[in-house]
Design a protein around this ligand. Structure first.
Ligand code: SF4
Length: 93
């Protein structure tokens, strides 16, 4: 016997299990002036590359974007943004 509710149930389950949006930091190295502010404030998310320019540590998620905006605002080079998992910038600066 075929359960006619199976498809409906699967659709609900799929919708309910949709991945929540994740956010990541991004650094525009052309704008970074190597102040070290982000690396000092958020060593869990930023590091220096071999040229002493900041970069976001890959795959480290931002758990609270609203709280993270302080890091974006405090960058003297206006180099940091927050992006979603599709790479779309969500922080306007
Ligand atoms: S705070 Fe901005 S300018 Fe300073 S190191 Fe980080 S990205 Fe570069």
């Amino acid at each position: 016997m075929v359960d006619s509710r199976a498809g409906y149930s699967d659709a609900i389950t799929d919708a309910g299990m949709e991945d929540p949006m994740t956010f990541f930091a991004r650094v525009d190295k052309d704008r970074c002036i190597s102040s070290g502010k982000c690396v000092g404030d958020r060593p869990s998310h930023f590091r220096f590359d071999d040229s002493e320019l900041a970069e976001a540590i890959p795959l480290v998620e931002i758990e609270n974007p609203a709280d993270f905006y302080a890091v974006v605002r405090n960058c003297p080079g206006d180099a940091i943004s927050i992006v979603d998992d599709d790479g779309n910038e969500i922080a306007i600066h």
